[in-house]
Write a protein that binds this ligand. Sequence first.
Ligand SMILES: [Fe+2]
Length: 450
Amino acid sequence: MSQPRILIVDDSITIRKALLKQLKNLNADVTQAVDGAKGLEAALGGEFDLIISDVDMPNMNGFDMCQKIKSDPNKGSTPVLILSSRDRDEDIERGFSVGADGYLTKSGGQGEFLLNVRDFLDKMDIIRDRRILVVDDSVLIRKKVGNSLLKAGYKVVEAENGRQALEVLNSEIKIDVIISDIDMPIMDGLQLAKALQSSPRLKAIPLLVMSSHDERALIRRMYQLGAAAYMVKPFSMEQLEHTVEKLLSDHFQNLFLEKERLRHEHSLMLSSITSLIQALEARDVYTRGHSEAVAEIAVGMGTVMGFDPDELESLEIAARLHDLGKIGIPDSVLLKPGKLTVNEYEIIKTHPTIGAGILRPIPSMAQMIPAVLSHHERMDGGGYPQGLKGGDIPLWARIIAVGDIYHALTSNRPYRDPMPEERVLQIIDDAKVGHLCPDCVGVFLKFIEQ
Ligand SMILES: [Fe+2]
């Protein structure tokens, strides 16, 4: 939570000041109220992520205030943490009986207080805006489960049977947890679980089964069908809330780990690519830095064209790799200082195909392959290796082709000195007819101007 909104209710200015100081550590936006009545007014009139309240206060005590907040249909889900110097069991029990979400005693250290507040806010972050699909043919159970989840701060969608549940799941509504009964008409819980398993997207949503059946074989079967938890009816609403919360936090933990794993894989892949490029450029002093320069131009052009950051990153990789296939060209041809024979030129022309072949087994490179394969195609069909024409040439390949020519002509080569910029820009502009993509040339000139 970036800036949690917290209401503190305490009649002691010393305690309010102390709390305020500690909550600064959480970067909280804090509102203060001097007694229960003022606290209630603030709680009902504002939006808070957490209310921290004393018990003994003039006008209205903390228990009464908590009970009134909790029975309000709009504000009932705001978590209330009681902070009191009373630490007898009956006081703590009283706190929970009026709906408080936590009870802290003032004797606990400051560190403990902050930890508890932070835990609370983390929990609310997990719950906030999470939508639970409750599937049961009994309207009574749907209402009971639904209302208790609503009170706990979740959003709830109901379905009468498996088929209705699938309709919801296949609609635009995003569901975070499914709670389903087993015995239902039209489509029962087993069939629903099977249907969820067959879809990679739906399979990822945690499924909590609730049923009056307690036979082991059935419970095992439901777990085999992908259920994340099984609760035997009757169960308390606290148990249910606790299980849902646990499923969500495990689920988000897993999503987070998966994201981390992908990020790690991605960075490994990028460093392997860098090594490949370095290996390629180490052979040929004249092309050193060429891939990087072409990538820079391609990204600049992509930016002018309004590509999003993911597209720009992939385009950059494709551009850096465009000549990767030259790894497969013999030194005698690649590094030959003089003019190439027809045969030698034919060998050079295989480099886009070799490059695409190197990348083909790497799944995350699939998007870059067409650009690598087609960067020497020409708009009039006279290029290689496939002789593609116009719009059939992938856009990224057409972009890279412009950068490739610009950088090749402006850099030093064994057989010639770098050409002056003005002359190169003229050549590129002339190449709009037949060779280069005219739109890309327009974008390139705009980019150079910038
Ligand atoms: Fe090339």
